[in-house]
Design a protein around this ligand. Structure first.
Ligand code: ADP
Length: 484
């Protein structure tokens, strides 16, 4: 058992537990990082798109101008071909890092800024469509270039299409610019992550301060300073923890105090008969030559005191046993009327001796799930008390009744009664209203404590109504079926 406990304690070494700081810090960093990375990615991709779009529009506009100029100068018909136009075309292709090809009505290339396809034919789909009046603009994402076709109109009043300008331009330059921006942003992101990590560590340390404070105080309590004030001004959570732990500590203190009281009560109770025996024995010894009758009388008193000591020890053992075996309730179907009849039969001689009449009133037959031995002890204590604290010629009436859920055993007597202010306390261990009378009747002061424990184990309840000088009624209520 000890080894087992050690094994479990060993399992809970601090290394296995995660500090609250880690998840909180990770969350803070994540909440900062994820939106930042997302925003950067969205920004970069939309910037890339808009740069490409604007480059395409710009090139298109420039080519329109070029095409209009060609129309005006009759470039394709070779009216004025002094090379100015060719240089302009070349300059524009260079500016946009692209290639411009001019195709005439016969699909023959009349100008190519790369000078590799002149006089060849270009019968591409886009060119054909452009001759039909449908200029096109297309972007190749994989190879990072765009291609556009622009019609070149003739300058006759009919305004037919006499050629097509085919422009292809690379967007590499834009993309590498964007890559450079992305690299810079990545570096910035790293910097921000570092700052975030540092900030989150500081924030977590500050945030967890009230918990640290509480932990420090709880450590003091654990070290034995049970009176340490553990209330904190931090968060509602820390306040609630402090309140719960505070009430647990108060309960522990109460338990500790009641344990101390119990031990001192037990010692006192056990010492009382021994003191009496000692006094009796000492007096006997001091008497010298005393008559035999006196010896006999003293020895009877000593024997009574020994009985009392025995009773206290037996009751104490019963109480401890009931407390210990609370989980080991030995249930069986018991006829409660039969059980009460047996108790009354056993106690009748004592009742007769005190001239107390015992009456059993069974309103209906009851069978219930109970621990027979324990319940018998509990009811015996009640009936015994009703006989002991009765007046001569008095009566004790035991009534057995039940409804659909519970059975009831009522023990009423015509005895001395219990003062109102004492009624709550008589179930405490060793509590007696009239110490002298209890001692005289051989009471241990534990009977009602035992009874209450037994009834609570059966998930039942006990109620007392009493009037001084008129009598008392103890009513026990227990579920017919045991509630686990
Ligand atoms: P004891 O061994 O002294 O009888 P109990 O725990 O059985 O101890 O009872 C506690 C005290 O309650 C008794 O000392 C007595 O003063 C009071 N008491 C119990 N039952 C009755 C009763 N039926 N009538 C009057 N007083 C009672």
């Amino acid at each position: 058992m000890e080894n087992e406990r050690k094994r479990w304690q060993g399992f809970r070494v601090p290394g296995f537990s995660v500090s609250l700081k880690a998840p909180v810090a990770i969350l803070l960093v994540l909440f900062g990082m994820v939106p930042m990375i997302l925003c950067t990615q969205i920004l970069i991709s939309s910037l890339r798109q808009s740069q490409t779009d604007s480059r395409m529009v710009e090139v298109q506009n420039q080519c329109q101008i070029l095409s209009s100029k060609m129309t005006r100068t009759g470039y394709l018909r070779g009216e004025v071909r002094d090379g100015t136009m060719d240089s302009e075309i070349q300059a524009m292709a260079d500016v946009y890092n692209g290639r411009i090809v001019v195709v005439n009505q016969d699909f023959r290339i009349v100008q190519d800024t790369f000078h590799i396809a002149e006089r060849r034919f270009l019968v591409a789909e886009e060119v054909v469509r452009c001759f039909q009046g449908e200029s096109s603009s297309r972007y190749n994402k994989e190879r990072h270039y765009f291609a556009q076709t622009i019609p070149i109109y003739d300058n006759t009043p009919v305004k037919g299409i006499e050629g097509v300008l085919v422009i292809t331009a690379s967007t590499e330059e834009i993309l590498s610019l964007m890559d450079a921006v992305e690299d810079k942003l990545l570096f910035l992101q790293l910097l921000v992550v570092l700052i975030l990590m540092l900030a989150s560590m500081v924030a977590v340390t500050v945030l967890l301060q009230p918990f640290k404070e509480l932990q420090r105080k709880l450590n003091q309590v654990a070290a034995g300073a049970l009176d340490t004030d553990i209330s904190t001004d931090g968060y509602r959570e820390t306040k609630e923890i402090a309140r719960t732990v505070g009430s647990t500590i108060s309960k522990l203190k109460e338990v500790d105090q009641s344990r101390q009281e119990f031990v001192s009560n037990v010692s006192h109770e056990l010492k009382t008969p021994i003191t009496s025996i000692r006094v009796l024995a000492d007096s006997l010894m001091g008497m010298g030559e005393a008559p035999v009758e006196l010896y006999r009388e003293f020895m009877e008193d000593i024997s009574d005191e020994i009985d009392r000591e025995n009773k206290i020890i037996d009751d104490l053992l019963s109480l401890v046993k009931i407390d210990k075996s609370e989980a080991e309730i030995n249930l069986s179907q018991v006829d409660i009327v039969v059980l009460v009849k047996q108790i009354l039969k056993r106690l009748r001689p004592i009742a007769n001796k005190r001239k107390v009449q015992l009456i059993l009133e069974s309103i209906r037959g009851v069978t219930a799930d109970v621990d027979e031995t324990k319940l018998s002890l509990a009811i015996s204590n009640l009936v015994e008390n009703a006989i002991k604290y009765n007046s001569p010629e008095g009566w004790v009436r035991v009534t057995v009744d039940a409804d659909h859920k519970f059975f009831y055993v009522k023990v009423a007597d015509s005895g001395i009664g219990i003062p109102e202010e004492e009624q709550d306390r008589i179930f405490e261990r060793f509590y007696r209203v009239d110490k002298a009378r209890s001692r005289q009747t051989g009471g241990s002061g534990l009977g009602l404590a035992i009874t209450r424990r037994v009834i609570l184990i059966h998930k039942g309840a006990i109620r007392l109504t009493s009037k001084e000088g008129e009598g008392s009624t103890f009513t026990v209520r227990i579920p017919l079926n045991y509630i686990a």
